[in-house]
Ligand binder design. Structure first.
Ligand SMILES: [Mg+2]
Length: 267
């Protein structure tokens, strides 16, 4: 029997849900095959703004899952869509970030500028080639009183040997130096999910959001009114879950359990 539950669409986080590093997590290929065979639309929604949609599409293909770019939303893409809705084409943006952000800004018809005096909007994301000079440019633009937007507020993220400074860490430096608070788009703000939801054309209660991080994936989905499923294959352990004030609707050991749930099995 199919679809005993009311799920009509699924939104996936990537790191810790679909893959870890370059390794697909158990059931990754199977769940996408299942969704395709059953015509259940899905979207991939990641706070990672460093890579472009095309690069994520390639990474999905590398693990044996063909997807279209339209099925991928990064916090950079969501930021670009937000800006597109608020400002006219050609609006001058000064940015701090990597290829993913640059590509998203250009795709949205925005103009990139280097001069803080010329910029009409400042946008920041994670940048693994961050320099003091780059920070200064942004600070001087933001101090002029133009809108300042950060793709996401993640302070740090796990690396193979420790932690890396994330978009939120860089945002904190810019906020402190400019005395301006950023508007953030990615999870846990509901904005990115709302953009994805529009594309899926499904009611929030009928969308299952799968994530591995309580304070971003799950909290953002709760705020957007969607059904939440925590995967224990990423950053959250059972112990962390027990002590958290953020609680998902469902808990899954791996993606095979999600397939079971979708087919009307246990949970
Ligand atoms: Mg994750």
């Amino acid at each position: 029997m199919q679809q005993e539950n009311s799920i009509r669409a699924v939104i996936f986080d990537l790191d810790g849900v679909v893959w870890r590093g370059n390794t697909p997590l158990p059931g990754a290929q199977d769940i996408f095959t299942y969704l395709r065979e059953n015509n259940i639309p899905f979207a991939l929604a990641t706070n990672n703004a460093t890579a472009s949609r095309e690069e994520f599409k390639q990474r999905m293909e590398d693990i044996g899952v063909p997807v279209s770019v339209e099925e991928i939303t990064t916090s950079a893409v969501a930021t670009a869509e937000y800006l597109k809705g608020e400002y006219p084409p050609g609006t001058k943006v000064i940015m701090l970030g990597e290829n993913g952000l640059m590509q998203a800004m250009l795709d949205a018809g925005l103009t990139l500028v280097e001069d803080p005096e010329e910029a009409e909007i400042a946008v920041s994301a994670m940048d693994r080639e961050l320099t003091w000079k780059k920070l200064n440019k942004m600070v001087n633009a933001i101090r002029r009183g133009i809108p300042y937007i950060a793709t996401n507020g993640d302070g740090s993220f796990p690396l193979e040997n420790g932690y890396g400074v994330g978009s939120g860490g860089i945002m904190a430096a810019l906020e402190k130096a400019s005395d301006v608070k950023a508007l953030t788009i990615g999870k846990p703000e509901p904005r990115m999910y709302e953009i994805v939801m529009k594309r899926l054309q499904a009611k929030p209660q009928s969308i299952l959001v799968l994530g591995d991080r309580l304070e971003t994936d799950i909290l953002g989905a709760i705020r957007a009114g969607m059904k939440t499923g925590l995967l224990l294959t990423g950053v959250t352990s059972r112990e962390m879950l027990e002590t958290s004030s953020i609680q998902p609707d469902l808990i899954f050991e791996d993606l095979f359990e999600v397939i079971e749930f979708l087919t009307g099995g246990r949970h």
